[in-house]
Write a new protein. Structure first.
Length: 287
């Protein structure tokens, strides 16, 4: 009788453990996408994410609103005064003290699988050996999208960072404005690619047993044909968190680009340690 009871208890524990959702994170970064133009454009796929998730269209990026500085802030969880990236040349980044959040994941949970699939190659200059199980630079957003879809459908993934660059290209070439059709169209094309990525994620074999958090944001805005200044048009960004772990609705507290890293870490089950000295805090998640 006792043996049967023990077997039953072990079965219950095993079933409970394996039936629990496994937390995973997909971060999609859209380079140079102004939040006001995103809201102006026809973006049915991105709209589904923020309308059913947590969001801010008045978040802030680094006061030095250049790509290298802002993406590094997003992926390390600290501002430029700590990570020391102050231009797109990435001279002497302070990645030993303030590494890519993938490194924190690997230090705490070495078995987690991390992927970084990007369009703009300098982003990988803050990766150290072992941070990413897979990292690729592909010279088109369509190529990035196809690669991401293939990995999502076929591989074990715990955290993935995706970088799409064509919106920023359109801004530099045609202008960062809602009345510039080429810029608006570039955002609408990205929306289609985001939709395909999310659709493939939901087709994963074990999707129903997984608890995915999708984080969607940008590095900076822009005006005229550029960015880099500490003005609202350049430093105002959007932040979208979608998934079962989010607190639905507009995020009332201030949100920053650096909060992406902290939010990802928390969702993946890590306690943010005081000794990491992060500037970021998790945003948009249930308490």
């Amino acid at each position: 009788m006792k043996f049967r009871l023990l077997i039953g208890l072990l079965f219950l524990i095993t079933t409970t453990v394996f039936s629990q959702n496994k937390n995973k994170v997909l971060i999609i970064g859209i380079d140079g996408c102004r939040p006001d133009v995103l809201l102006h454009a026809k973006t049915k796929n991105i709209d589904k994410l923020w309308k059913k998730g947590a969001y801010s269209f008045n978040a802030k990026t680094d006061e030095l609103s250049s790509s290298g500085i802002c993406w590094t802030g997003m992926l390390t969880g600290v501002w430029h005064k700590k990570h020391k990236v102050v231009s797109n040349s990435y001279k002497n980044p302070n990645i030993n003290e303030y590494p890519h959040f993938f490194r924190r994941l690997k230090q705490e949970k070495p078995s987690l699988k991390t992927y970084s699939i990007i369009h703009w190659d300098p982003l990988h200059k803050i990766l150290q050996d072992g941070d990413a199980d897979v990292f690729e630079t592909i010279k088109s957003d369509e190529g990035v999208t196809e690669s991401v879809i293939s990995y999502l459908l076929n591989e074990e993934i715990d955290a993935m960072f995706v970088h799409l660059d064509d919106v920023d290209h359109a801004g530099h070439k045609y202008g960062y404005k809602s009345n510039v059709k080429e810029y608006v169209q570039s955002i609408e094309k990205i929306d289609d690619q985001v939709g395909r990525i999310v659709k493939s994620l939901k087709r994963r074999e074990n999707y129903k047993k997984e608890n995915w958090l999708i984080l969607l944001s940008t590095d900076h805005g822009g005006s005229e044909y550029g960015h880099g200044k500490n003005i609202p048009e350049h430093t105002t960004i959007f932040y979208i968190a979608s998934g079962k772990s989010t607190k639905k609705g507009e995020i009332k507290e201030k949100v920053h680009v650096i909060d992406v890293a902290a939010t990802a870490l928390k969702h993946l089950g890590l306690t943010i340690k005081e000794e990491w000295n992060l500037d970021a805090k998790p945003k948009g998640l249930k308490k």
